[in-house]
Design a protein around this ligand. Sequence first.
Ligand SMILES: Cc1cc2nc3c(=O)[nH]c(=O)nc-3n(C[C@H](O)[C@H](O)[C@H](O)COP(=O)(O)OP(=O)(O)OC[C@H]3O[C@@H](n4cnc5c(N)ncnc54)[C@H](O)[C@@H]3O)c2cc1C
Length: 593
Amino acid sequence: MSYRVPVADIAFALKQGAGMDEALGSGLYGDLSSDDIDAVLAEAGRFATDVIAPLNRVGDQFGTPFKNGTVTMPPGWTEAYRDWAAAGWNGLAAPAQWGGQGLPRALNAACIEMWNAASMAFGIGPVLTMAGIDALALHGDETLKKAFLPKLISGEWMGTMQLTEPQAGSDVGALRARAERAGDGTYRIFGQKIFITYGEHGMTDNIIHFVLARLPDAPPGTKGISLFLVPKFLLDDDGKPGKRNDVRAHSVEHKMGIHGSPTCTMVYGDEGGAVGYLIGKEHAGMACMFTMMNEARLAVGLQGVAIAERAMQQALHYARERKQGRSDAPGGPSSVAIVEHADVRRMLFTMRALTQAARAICYATAVALDRSHLDKDQSAARTARDRAALLTPVAKAFSTDIGIEVASLGVQVHGGMGYIEETGAAQHYRDARIAAIYEGTNGIQAIDLVTRKVPLNDGATVKAFIAELRAITERVQAINDAAFGATALRLTQSIDALERATQWLLARLSSDTRTALAGATPYLRLFGNAAGGALLANEALAAIRLGAGNSADRIATTRFFAENIAVQSAGLEMTVTEAAESVTAAPLPDEAA
Ligand SMILES: Cc1cc2nc3c(=O)[nH]c(=O)nc-3n(C[C@H](O)[C@H](O)[C@H](O)COP(=O)(O)OP(=O)(O)OC[C@H]3O[C@@H](n4cnc5c(N)ncnc54)[C@H](O)[C@@H]3O)c2cc1C
């Protein structure tokens, strides 16, 4: 079954749930209107549904064969990419000064969900180009911006992001790629990068690599890393792609999923060094890269939402068609569609509730990012920046974890057919798996949350967020609507658990880091559960307030989440606060006597 963008759901989550309408009303986005947002979402929905989604299967089957240094993209992909870029989608949120449309990042986030639900392997390419645009726009000098930004923004050239080397994955500071000063203001780059997404292809007539490397006099670790822009083709006097630079793809990986995305090993400097241009200052590359990584981490979180949405749609469709067994309702018919069975309903509701909760967290992060860039009140902008920083690892890791879980449930709903490739359910599961690994593994996200984000402003940032979640559940309590069942109670208990675990962590972080780190991953999940449940409740309350036709549906999803998922928070809290010793002190399986 093909995917259809749930435009109305996305618009509601963005405008009502994440507060974009309120931000529009307060003038954060200038004279942009709610109708403008709807128009863009509808158009993006059409493109994703009609043009990209049909390419998902062919990308999976064809892959990206590599021969004589070149990659062949799957049939139809280059044309679709070029149409996509020509329609202006790549520059949606890019600076207007350089040819972008300057539209909200949050709107772009919703579109990123659509491109990636239509095809994750297609959607990840532009994510990296957009991240490169951000780094260059913020840290590049004027000459570099003038030469490269317009073409990157129009999508005529794509970008890559190059950190990883065989010995330097999560530990970026261990990288060895070498940069030498050429004496004319440019640099020469040598070394090898692995696992580079869209490192080589012919979809665009140039590829702009954003590469981390180390100068000879660099201090060790992350403090000695510099960021370089290395074009595949050097620009001629007219600014057009000319001579081939000394960088090439050595090979393309054979992967579990996202087969349509070429993942390349890149080699620099076989013929005297690839010409590179410094972005920002020497040895300050990590700061520039973080600009790319934060946006890219949110985008990868959106990939989790995207694949979950697609898997859910497919499972629901299948469960309505597939007949098996008698009804488990008393006196029901002897042959029913599996959607009638309580256990299948449980799977489908879990898929929907997790998907919508993750979407709510990602969009809230995106609106906070907009506020951090656009709010004229500097203190409000700083608060928003810290909110976005707090939520980014949760948006990335919670959403990609649930992306895998939802895609796995999607296979389960299909029974044996889910394990057979022709239904497509298996592809979603295979594709979903990478999102928990790249852009910083989810374990690294949890460490970031616990060691850097929770302590922000001495814990004031996280405490303010928890207070907001609590205010939402109090509003659910106050409207006293029986349809919510035990929602208010269960969400309050979940938030209580988050608050206690947060205090516990804050008290231990400086003195007993290893104990705190042992609980980092369950803490991130607890955070996602508490936040996701409350943000779903916020959407349900908004639907009631607006008299929206689907308010019963939103209440049902919130209630399901509160009574079936948020209740797991109590166990997660115990894992954070009580399980450290069983993690850190016990012998490993091969050490047991
Ligand atoms: C398909 C694909 C596309 C990719 N695209 C790109 C790209 O475009 N550009 C790019 O630069 N890279 C890319 N990568 C690389 C990716 O970002 C890394 O694989 C990822 O960061 C993890 O690094 P690693 O593979 O070396 O794993 P490792 O760092 O070896 O990690 C192995 C395990 O150990 C854990 N671990 C490691 N260090 C710690 C620690 N300090 N504390 C706790 N746990 C730890 C990790 O969480 C993980 O579970 C891609 C990878 C793949 C597979």
